[in-house]
Ligand binder design. Structure first.
Ligand code: XMP
Length: 330
């Protein structure tokens, strides 16, 4: 009979046999549940011969790169390289106003380039060390539902994989794929994470899209828009956690609308931007309902965002279910 302990032992043995005594593995991590659990499993199996890479694309959440770095290195002992490519990404996103798919393509392609460049550097350094062989393997945190969806379903789920994960990388870099989570459902991945000692808060984290805040900043992505979206999102999520609602919600975020509205702040009329809050409950992310916050909660979040985030004078709550809406706003 199947138990998590047995799965871990079996999978670690399988990874060791596959990779060999000197073999090396590289993989991208995002700070999300799947890539962190996959990375921790590799770390248990082959230690520092697993190389995790996190790319800061300039559209991560507030302090995200630092938080992930601390959690994975200090907390979980994973051999991690963080690459700050923010300026490169933001430079390429400049001027893209009306085409969300273009944002996705830019971020996806640039991610592959940066990851590829970083992998080459890590490989060169690793091959110089005596105990190590070539990097021959690429880790991917593919789950069972991703495997099924990519064969049978041509919808948003496919987009998730093509943008979030490193589609195209194995061929380009001539690497073999290693996918230790490919038989697991999400709940099982969370259990595996707990079994490996990953903190509960990380194990229960909401999903975050590969294109990040770029698809939550409607219209042009500029450093100033990123600042506003980040600060508003951080207040919303902090309040959700403080109210004990985080685990009842499947995904929540603040989006920045590409319009200005009039408001009064103090004794002055202002013409500033509008934040839309989105929070949904769903089991499969294919359909979703908006989360029924109480009025006091929304009042508190709205007051904090307008008072604390410079450049915002209004907050609205998105009450569109999916379908017809999508979870993201772009
Ligand atoms: P939608 O907006 O299609 O979102 O209802 C469903 C789920 O997919 C995520 N999502 C993405 N994830 N790259 C990703 O990695 C993307 O381009 C992308 N678009 C949507 C979304 O956050 C939600 O969890």
């Amino acid at each position: 009979d199947w138990t998590m302990d047995k799965f871990v032992d079996k999978e670690i043995a399988r990874i060791r046999a596959l990779v060999g005594e000197k073999g090396q593995v590289i993989g991208a991590v995002s700070g999300g549940v799947d890539s962190t659990v996959a990375a921790k499993l590799m770390n248990e199996a082959i230690g520092d011969r697993f190389h995790a890479v996190m790319v800061d694309n300039g559209v991560l959440r507030l302090n995200e790169a630092k938080i992930v770095k601390d959690t994975l290195t200090k907390g979980l002992g994973i051999n991690l390289t963080v690459v700050d490519a923010s300026e490169r990404f933001l430079g390429l996103l400049k001027g893209i106003k009306d085409d969300p798919e273009k944002k996705r393509k830019i971020i996806g392609n640039t991610f592959i380039e940066v990851f590829d460049e970083t992998a080459k550097k890590i490989a060169a350094a690793a091959e110089g060390s005596s105990r190590a062989g070539k990097i021959e393997w690429l880790l991917q945190g593919t789950l069972y539902p991703d495997v099924i969806e990519s064969i049978s379903f041509k919808g948003p789920a496919v987009t998730i994989k093509s943008h979030h994960n490193v589609g195209g990388l194995p061929e380009r870099m001539d690497l073999k794929l290693i996918e230790p989570l490919r038989e697991l459902f999400k709940d099982e991945v969370r259990d595996l994470g707990r079994n490996l000692g990953i903190p509960e808060e990380l194990v229960m984290r909401h999903p975050f899209p590969g294109p990040g805040l770029a698809i939550r900043i409607l219209g042009e992505v500029t450093p100033e828009q990123v600042r506003i979206a980040r600060e508003a999102d951080d207040i919303f999520i902090t309040e959700i956690r403080a109210a004990g609602l985080y685990n009842q919600i499947s995904q929540a975020f603040a989006a920045l609308l590409p319009v200005k509205a009039v408001g009064v702040m103090g004794d002055k009329r202002v013409h500033d931007q509008v934040i839309a809050l989105r929070a949904v409950e769903t089991t499969d992310f294919m359909t979703a309902d908006w989360f029924p916050f109480d009025g006091q909660f929304l009042k508190r979040v709205s007051r904090r965002i307008v008072n604390e985030v410079q450049g915002v004078c209004r907050v609205v709550y998105d009450i569109t279910s999916k379908p017809p809406g999508t979870i993201e706003m772009e």
